[in-house]
Design a protein around this ligand. Structure first.
Ligand SMILES: Cc1cc2nc3c(=O)[nH]c(=O)nc-3n(C[C@H](O)[C@H](O)[C@H](O)COP(=O)(O)OP(=O)(O)OC[C@H]3O[C@@H](n4cnc5c(N)ncnc54)[C@H](O)[C@@H]3O)c2cc1C
Length: 470
């Protein structure tokens, strides 16, 4: 009797505990494993072109790794998954647990439908080193602050990578007409360039980073002009590689002169797990601020908001570092972390637009768009998160640019109007003796004025202590 392995955010075959479970269940009853992916229109609609294109590419690569035996069905999992399990007479459907609010609701529905016909949904593993909801403070409450969470996360530890199956897994495709040929054509990406999807590419990118840029990650990770980060986020989003694999691979670096960089990298993975844990306990934080930072009337609204949002989203604010970041997003579906912070701060604190608007735009364009990491990083920058940057810490987009893109190379790469402006002058084109380069916009706001406005708004936030003499 076969079992079913329903792939979702785990599009790989290595280090995959749910595959081992599915194979062992099938072997016990003399059958093979049916590899299933369900194209759910609700997810596709919410994904944006970059993620849909990346996903389709990744599925083709997974199919190749499975010897061309991936079954692709289109529909609602609650119907499609139990129907397939019944057709192939599988008693168990195996998954890596999904902890997102949408994933939990969907899986509960599928589980219930399977149980109606006496079948089981078996969850083994998750996209995290330690599953969300596992760690608690000494008093049994969820963590709200990152540093103690990371301490507990390190102390708890994680399993090593899952071994390969003792015997090769027998993948079976019950209806060949439901192969990857059933996938829709990739959406037109226009000039957008995406990284190559698939487990092998993810592992190659990771190995290049581990053997190269990792040694300078401590400082290199803050330099958007240099290839100083791992570019692992799309692969982690789709589970083409598991964080456990990365963590195990970091171990040797902990013993040599890369130790500090390896520890920093591990901390970044801990941030990913912290946000997933916060979202697990407070699913509403995907859409609502965890605490207010300014009065409602401080936010831009109507045509002013629309105009500001449009300038920001198209990379035409007149602030080069912000514009470069927003244009990188449109060109690559990815933005460097330092620049994500700069552009997010600018939207919320200089343009006074609610973080939800920015998070929505990011989710439409990011190839690594992930509800927990995206929404809660937005809350972090906006100062509304449970352990967030204080609202009164406001990024200056010019000094951030001068510090982290010291020669202006990043700005020139993404803003062609500034391509002829040498060195760091690219960060302040309004100071050029010849005036602004042709085609580059005037600044939409004056940062100094908006900074004062943001601080004043913060001073009169609900529940704020009145300042003496004010
Ligand atoms: C406003 C904003 C929105 C973001 N949206 C997303 C998102 O939708 N998806 C996403 O994966 N990351 C998001 N991040 C986090 C971070 O920017 C990206 O993970 C990182 O830039 C990915 O590039 P990398 O893989 O080269 O990072 P590296 O520096 O090589 O880091 C390695 C891995 O650590 C994790 N990581 C690093 N920084 C963070 C962080 N601050 N929070 C959570 N995990 C982190 C990621 O999984 C990343 O792939 C966001 C950050 C901000 C400030």
């Amino acid at each position: 009797m076969p079992s079913v392995l329903w792939f979702r955010r785990d599009l790989r075959v290595e280090d995959h505990p749910a595959i081992l479970e599915a194979a062992s269940a099938a072997r016990g009853s003399g059958g093979g494993v049916v590899a299933l992916f369900v194209l759910d229109d609700r997810l596709l609609a919410a994904s944006g072109t970059a993620r849909v294109a990346y996903l389709l590419d990744s599925l083709r690569s997974l199919d190749a790794a499975l010897g061309g035996r991936l079954t692709v069905l289109r529909g609602t999992p609650r119907t499609v998954v139990p129907d397939l399990a019944r057709d192939v007479e599988a008693e168990t459907v195996h998954v890596s647990a999904d902890y997102s609010p949408f994933g939990r609701r969907r899986d509960a529905g599928v589980e219930e439908a399977l149980e109606e016909s006496g079948r089981r949904l078996v969850r083994t593993g998750s996209p995290y080193a330690i599953g969300p909801g596992t760690l608690h403070t000494g008093s049994g409450t969820p963590y709200r602050v990152f540093t103690p969470f990371r301490r507990a996360w390190l102390a708890h530890g994680w399993r090593g990578p899952a071994p390969s199956a003792d015997e090769p897994v027998t993948w079976v495709a019950p209806a060949p007409e439901h192969g990857v040929e059933a996938l829709p054509p990739a959406p037109d990406l226009g000039p957008m360039r995406l990284p190559r999807a698939g487990e092998l590419n993810a592992r190659r990118r990771w190995a290049d980073f581990r053997d190269g840029a990792l040694s300078d990650y401590d400082w290199g990770r803050d330099r958007p002009d240099l290839p100083g980060t791992s570019w692992a986020s799309p692969a982690l989003k789709y589970g083409e590689i598991h964080p456990r694999t990365l963590l195990a691979d970091l171990e040797p670096a902990m013993l040599d002169d890369r130790r500090s960089s390896a520890e920093t990298y591990r901390s970044e993975l801990a941030w990913r797990e912290f946000h997933a844990d916060v979202l697990f306990h407070q699913p509403w934080s995907a859409t609502r601020s965890m605490r207010p930072v300014v009065a409602e009337d401080a936010w831009a609204s109507g045509p002013v908001e629309a105009e500001r949002l449009a300038a920001w989203a198209s990379g035409r604010t007149g602030y080069p570092m912000v514009d470069a970041g927003m244009r990188q997003l449109l060109a690559e579906g990815w933005v460097h972390n330092r620049v994500r912070m700069i552009v997010a701060s600018f939207l919320v604190k200089d343009l006074h637009v609610r973080w939800q608007q920015g998070a929505g735009h990011f989710m439409r364009h990011l190839v690594d768009g992930d509800v927990a990491s995206n929404q809660l990083n937005w809350q972090w920058v906006a100062g509304t998160g449970s352990d967030a940057a204080p609202y009164f810490r406001i990024f200056n987009p010019v000094t951030q640019g001068l510090k982290f893109d010291p020669d202006g190379a990043y700005v020139r790469r993404y803003v062609p109007e500034l391509a002829g402006v040498p060195g760091k002058a690219a960060h302040e084109p309004w100071k050029l003796p010849a005036g602004l380069p042709v085609g580059y916009p005037e600044r939409v706001v004056d940062h100094a004025v908006e900074r004062d406005q943001a601080l004043a708004d913060y001073g009169r936030r609900p529940g704020a202590e009145p300042r003496s003499g004010a």
